[in-house]
Ligand binder design. Structure first.
Ligand code: HEM
Length: 171
């Protein structure tokens, strides 16, 4: 049976090595060592999401305040891109599959999420081109990792080890 990681690579078209090229250097430090670029990106992203003309997609986020969603995401990104563990200090382990369990994370939702993230990256001047490429590969792979995880958790519940939330797989 295909693992969640294998499905994520196949469906996203991004090999695991490219998805985790974010760990080859420290993107947080390369971007100046402050949360600001990640605040910019998350704000650009969620502004698009909350104003999406596609109601079905906007509705997925209706239970969260935009400001909270921005903070959750930028703290996660700071932490995952090599900065201080802001997300875990406030929210605990990222556990991305479990946290997305309430939402319909389908192939279609992943493509819409990625569309907004691609646009948000394009309009975030505080992130350089090389970091944008690496982050987009990570986002594509992670989005489809979540689609595969969502399908799996609907069928069964068991622990999944991954490198999407931390650079070392969970025990
Ligand atoms: C939170 C949907 C992909 C990381 C959320 C929330 C929704 C959502 C509805 C709740 C908003 C909030 O209160 O923070 C989706 C959908 C996706 C997707 C439909 C399509 C594939 C991703 C990806 C990542 C990600 C690719 C990471 C690279 C997060 C994080 C949170 C979050 C860190 C905050 C969790 C928390 O603090 O509890 N997502 N997401 N999501 N998402 Fe996603």
């Amino acid at each position: 049976m295909q693992s969640i990681q294998e499905k994520a690579s196949e469906w996203s078209g991004v090999a695991a090595a490219d998805a985790f090229a974010i760990d080859d250097g420290n993107i947080f430090e390369a971007l100046g060592g402050t949360p600001q670029p990640f605040v910019d990106l998350s704000t650009n992203f969620y502004t698009r999401v909350y104003e999406d003309e596609e109601e079905w997609f906007r509705e997925i986020f209706a239970g969260s305040k935009k400001e909270d969603a921005i903070q959750n995401q930028y703290e996660f990104l700071v932490q995952r891109m090599g900065g201080p563990p802001l997300f875990s200090q406030r929210r605990g382990h990222p556990a991305l599959i479990a946290r997305h369990r309430p939402f319909p994370v389908t192939h279609q939702a992943a493509e819409r999420w990625l569309h907004h993230m691609q646009q948000a990256l394009n309009t975030t001047a505080s992130i350089d081109a090389d970091s944008k490429t690496k982050m987009l590969n990570f986002f594509r792979h992670t989005a489809y990792f979540l689609v595969a995880g969502n399908e799996m958790t609907r069928q069964q519940s068991q622990g999944v080890t991954c490198k999407h939330a931390t650079s070392k797989p969970a025990e």
